[in-house]
Write a protein that binds this ligand. Structure first.
Ligand code: DC
Length: 219
């Protein structure tokens, strides 16, 4: 089984995907990681994020193992990493270099410990439209920018990071703008995606709703 969960930053895709992966025994691929890895390679090497050809070159050098290594860096999940990811993800050369790594995962999905899985759950922006249009079930998870900024702000504070809510909100809005308006694979729901607005829902409710939809579709 293949499930895709797309939507804007901080909509709760990661938490939902993890819970669905656990319930259905699926491997989980957070596709934002490929762009975060390339963005971080640019930042760590002091390369200019505006230079698309250097970013493309970094994307060519990225392997799954290197991505996992980079994910341990403190900036991988920070605003710095998120913004760098959003910028490099707007380059079509970068996107095309990272396609195979993402698509191939569904051919041979494995858990983090290397055990084979029955299927995969993808989380990202274009997983239902570009990476895996043949997915069995597709979700597009969204929420108001204020609610998403508050969720991200709480996450940062919990990790002990010193951030202001207004700055997180500005970041969320800027990333939405870039993700939705880039030329190549802009973020949008697949035609056959189920759209869930989670502004007024807790994670348990989102999870129960998603499970009901999956069960219905699998009938
Ligand atoms: O989901 P995330 O916050 O980790 O994603 C970081 C950036 O990567 C996001 O701003 C846009 C980009 N991205 C993308 O373009 N396509 C995906 N499938 C996943 C992420």
């Amino acid at each position: 089984m293949i499930i895709t969960v797309d939507g804007p930053a901080a909509a709760g895709k990661g938490t939902l995907s993890q819970k669905l992966a656990d319930k259905y025994g699926l491997a989980y691929f957070d596709t934002g990681m490929v762009y975060r890895a390339v963005g971080l390679m640019m930042v760590k090497n002091s390369f200019d994020l505006a230079d698309a050809s250097v970013a493309e070159n970094m994307a060519t050098q990225l392997t799954f193992a290197k991505m996992m290594e980079l994910s341990k860096d403190k900036d991988f999940r920070s605003s710095l990493g998120g913004n760098a990811a959003s910028i490099v993800s707007s380059y079509s050369g970068v996107r095309s270099r990272l396609l195979d790594m993402q698509r191939n995962f569904a051919k041979n999905p494995t858990f983090a410990n290397g055990t084979p899985a029955q299927g995969v759950i993808y989380d990202g922006r274009d997983t239902g439209t570009v990476i895996c249009p043949q997915a069995d079930v597709k979700f597009f998870i969204t929420a108001s920018s204020e609610v998403r900024a508050k969720r991200r702000y709480d996450e940062f504070v919990q990790k002990g990071m010193n951030v202001q809510y207004e700055d997180v909100l500005k970041d969320v809005i800027a990333r939405d703008e870039r993700d939705a308006n880039r030329k190549d694979a802009p973020m949008k729901p697949a035609k056959d995606a189920v759209i869930l607005d989670t502004s007024d829902m807790g994670i348990d409710e989102v999870f129960q709703k998603s499970v009901a939809i999956i069960e219905e579709m699998l009938k």
